[in-house]
Each structure stands twice: as C-alpha cells, then as structure tokens.
Design a protein around this ligand. Sequence first.
Ligand code: ADP
Ligand code: MG
Length: 235
Amino acid sequence: MIRIVGLEKSFKKLEVLKGVHFEIKPGTITAIIGPNGSGKSTIIKTILGLVKPDKGEIFVKEQKLNGGSSYKKAIGYMPQSARFPENLKLDELIGMIKDLRHNPADCDEELFTQFELEKEFLKPVRTLSGGTRQKVNAYIAFMFNPDILILDEPTAGLDPISSSFLKDKILQEKENGKTIILTSHIMSELEELSEKIVFLLDGKICFEGSADLLRINTGEDKLERSIAQIMKGHA
Ligand code: ADP
Ligand code: MG
C-alpha cells in the first residue's frame, strides 16, 4: 500500500532521516514509534507531500509520488498539532470542510457524537481547549471515510475516555479494511493497537516487526521495556 525506500532528510545541518525503508501492507495498523525529535512527523509529512525528501522514494498504491496530489483524496490525516482558522465557530469550520468536498452525504459522524462536539458547536475555534481541538482533529481525519488513515500522535492530550473511543474507532476501521499509520513517543499508549511496529532511532529504523517479535527479541514482557532495552543498546 505504501512503500518507503531510502528516505533521507536534513534540516540544514540536522540529519533527521538517514535512509529509512519500510513497507505498509493494506488493511494493517503500523505504529511508528521513537523518542521525541526522532523524525516520526517528518516521515509522515513526506508521505503526505508536505515535506520534500532530499533522497528516497515513496510509493502509495504502487504510484510513485512525484508532486501530484490525486492520491491525497484516499488519505485522512490527523496532524500532531492542527491549525484551524481560529476565528470561525466550530460549526462554520466543519461546514467549510464539508463544502470543500461538495458535502458528501455519507460523512462519518461517529466521533462527533461520541466526543459530544455539538456542545462546542457555537464556540470560536480559538477558545476550544487543547483536548477539544484534538477531538475535532480526529473527527475531521475520519470524516470522509478514507482508505488510508495517517494519525500523528492521535491520543496525545485526550482524556482516558476519549482516548479509548478513538482507539476503538481505529480498531473498527482496521476491521473495515482501512490501512492505518500512527505514531507515538509513548510506547504503552499504542500497545493494544500496534500490529506492526517500526521503531525509529537516530534517523534509522532499528526494529521493524510485530510487537510480539519485539518482546521475544529483547526478552522483555512489556513493549515499553523492550524499547528501553533497544535504546540502551544504542546509547
Ligand atoms: P518527532 O515527530 O519524532 O518528534 P519530528 O519529525 O517532528 O520528530 O522532528 C525531527 C527533528 O527535525 C527535530 O529535531 C525537529 O526539531 C526537526 N525539524 C522538524 N521539522 C523541521 C523544520 N521544518 N525545520 C527545521 N527543523 C525541523
Ligand atoms: Mg512528531
């Protein structure tokens, strides 16, 4: 579904990605994990065409990305920190986004209901709390029923109940055949979601495989401890 080959990216002298390869199979959940600043969001932004890599190639549905944008219709993106037009009221923001897609009749409203966003409908976006913004961000990513969901730190800033709604939603969409990529710097956060883990450290992938395999490789029970083990090995 998505194939990343030899991705390199530097910001001035800072080498963030130093040759990243991995593949994402259709209908799976892949978790990119790694410490803060390891380049998770940079990988995601290159897939979305928001960051231009220095080297390497990305294929989405066997099509090489070459600056075109038609593939983006298949993708729902939840950025790590969403920027919205701050002066709009929430209902105006949502109306505007639906307008851009010519108001499809089959929008997914499940998260809107579960997150009780109607309570916030008439507030200007700038007055929404961090958690509410994150709920809006999640709701918009799922809204148009995309084949591919790219979620950058999706549960960050959510309360436990909302976080659990979102995780259920992610699992349910996987059951519906969606391909999901998510990131986190908190290992335990994703334990129940991660089918496949890509662990990014020092600009390279130091582990790619199932969470179970990671535990076996490092002889540790808990994912978090397994990762700490790898990081110690690198230090
Ligand atoms: P992560 O998502 O894993 O926390 P990021 O991909 O956001 O990491 O960032 C990786 C590194 O690249 C960080 O040191 C960050 O400061 C730097 N970085 C990211 N984007 C830019 C940019 N546009 N300009 C300069 N440095 C950047
Ligand atoms: Mg990030």
